[in-house]
Design a protein around this ligand. Structure first.
Ligand code: F6P
Length: 517
């Protein structure tokens, strides 16, 4: 299996460090634009359904060349090809990583390790989309409740909201993730069992939050007079057996080679298909596939996810920036930051390489954000004048999804002005009104927020996270860091009732006494 050479062991790493120490640290965007009339063209590019302007980043042509060299020395292309070929690049779980197969057309060329998988993908997709169309036509179902957490919640929730413009009227969508009963109780309050469809979404069908919510939903359904579990519950899972044991007959499966945070393209995407229909869901997949092909085939120098991933390495490991912010200038993209947070931080929040050896450099940045213009009136102060530099990413859509007069130009003007202000700054002797400027940002543009554009943008992000993870030499596809807390919660739960504090540290014991019954 093709493994990468860890980036800090590659010759160009040392060259990058030398370049950073001599010039990179003092790099000034304003001078860079004066010196290079072609800077915008050089650092911007078209990719499927997404245009990206990367020119307002703290990078010059020489640095980017070295980053491409670094990628080649590390074996990025071989690692990427290994993923597409179905090699077990998720080495700690001994699994392939084939979410790209979920959006490949049925007649896409396959290798020996992916041919039968692609057939299964399309058989399941066809069945799931046929079911989606049946439910869409069933007007007795007015409410769809998705019960799932993490990747079994964030993707569908984000996409149903993002693509609301394409949704047929007549169905409401609810997303219940938290084990806090406040959430489920609030949703159930307004529902009638005969008009409700519950989707139990869980890759493993063992996640404590989801199982607790699913059991409560079933109890509520039966206690409210519902008698047709088969007609009102469906499961989206790789663990079809467990779903059957739970009493659910309608199941749509997927496979262990689809990571939870990469699963919205699988049966986990059923809420999206219910909202925007089979055709809309296929358009989402087509957009993602177009970006997959771009990532798979474009030379590194014109490969958008690669350029972004390399920039992420440059910022994290040389500039030592610890966070990155994203501001979608479209309210329908409200949940995109939360979705991307799981994608990036669960994938690359690792402190050891794929072989388990400690890393001597930083990995995943903190990713965070809110839609613009809201963020401008909250935390943008820090982005402009704070002591830390946080690269910011703008997402803007050329065509509005509404016809309210005057709003859209104001929205777009704000996005452009913020990116401009961050870079240009404004000198003021008095201090308080001084904007240092030279603050980096990237700017993504969609012509319209369509299923294709959303699919392509999310796939771009997946491959960007793949790129930085590959250079760092980590396994971006496991998530062992979530396990310890789950185990400890199981130990603590009965202690809340019994009051037993044996063996606990003083802080946990003190808090348990306060919270226990
Ligand atoms: O789909 P499942 O198996 O319920 O898991 C939900 C989420 O929990 C995690 O395993 C983390 O605890 C995520 O990776 C995953 O998306």
């Amino acid at each position: 299996m093709a493994m990468t050479l860890r980036c800090d062991r590659a010759p160009s790493w040392t060259q990058l460090q030398a370049g950073f120490d001599t010039a990179g640290r003092q790099f000034d965007l304003r001078h860079a634009f004066v010196e290079d009339a072609g800077r915008f063209e050089r650092f911007s590019q078209e990719a499927p359904f997404v245009f990206a302007d990367l020119s307002k980043n703290l990078i010059d042509a020489r640095t980017e060349e070295l980053l491409f060299k670094l990628a080649r020395e590390c074996g990025l292309e071989a690692h990427r090809d290994a993923m597409f070929a179905g090699e077990h690049i998720n080495n700690t779980e001994d699994r392939a990583v084939l979410h790209t197969l979920l959006r490949a057309p049925a007649d896409a060329p396959t290798g020996p390790k992916t041919a039968s998988e692609l057939r299964e993908v399309h058989a399941t997709l066809d069945a799931m989309l046929a079911y989606a169309e049946k439910v869409r036509a069933d007007h007795t179902i007015t409410d769809v409740v998705n019960i799932g957490i993490g990747g079994s919640d964030l993707g569908p929730q984000m996409a149903v909201l993002a693509l609301a413009e394409f949704a047929a009227p007549g169905k409401r969508f609810h997303f219940v993730s938290n084990v806090d009963g406040h959430e489920l109780a609030g949703v159930l309050q307004g529902l009638a069992p005969e008009h409700t469809l519950f989707l139990i979404a869980s890759k493993t069908f063992t996640t404590a939050e989801t199982m607790t919510n699913a059991q409560s939903a079933r109890r509520w359904y039966e206690q409210s007079g519902g008698t047709d579990i088969a007609g009102h519950f469906a499961a989206l899972t790789t663990n079809v057996e467990a779903a059957k044991k739970f009493g659910i007959d309608t199941t749509f499966g997927f496979w262990d080679w689809v990571g939870g945070r990469y699963s919205l393209w699988s049966a986990i995407g059923l809420p999206i298909a219910l909202a925007i229909g089979a055709e809309g869901f296929r358009r989402l997949l087509a957009g993602a596939h177009a970006m997959d092909e771009h990532f798979r085939t474009a030379p590194l120098e014109r490969n958008l996810p690669v350029r972004l991933g390399l920039l992420d390495v440059w910022y994290r490991n040389f500039h030592k920036f610890t966070s990155r912010s994203i501001a979608p200038y479209h309210s329908a993209l409200k949940r995109v930051p939360a979705y991307l947070q799981q994608l990036e931080m669960e994938s690359n929040g690792k402190q050891v390489d794929a072989g388990g050896k400690p890393l001597a450099f930083g990995t995943s940045p903190v990713l965070w954000g809110e839609p613009g213009t809201n963020g401008q009136h909250a935390y943008f102060q820090m982005l402009h004048q704070g002591t830390d530099v946080t690269p910011l990413e703008f997402v803007a859509v050329r065509d509005a999804s509404h016809d309210l007069e005057g709003h859209h130009p104001k929205l777009l003007a704000n996005a452009l002005a913020q990116a401009q202000a961050l870079m240009v700054g404004k000198l003021d002797e008095g201090g308080h009104r001084n904007f240092p400027g030279n603050r980096p940002s990237s700017f993504f543009v969609f012509e319209k927020l369509t299923p294709e554009a959303l699919g392509a943008f999310l796939a771009m992000y997946e491959h960007r996270v793949f790129t930085s993870g590959a250079l760092w030499g980590i396994n971006s596809f496991d998530q062992w860091g979530v396990e310890l807390g789950k185990v400890l919660a199981k130990d603590i739960e009965p202690r809340l009732a019994s009051g037993d504090i044996t063996g606990l540290d003083a802080s946990t014991a003190g808090l348990l006494k306060r919270l226990g019954s």
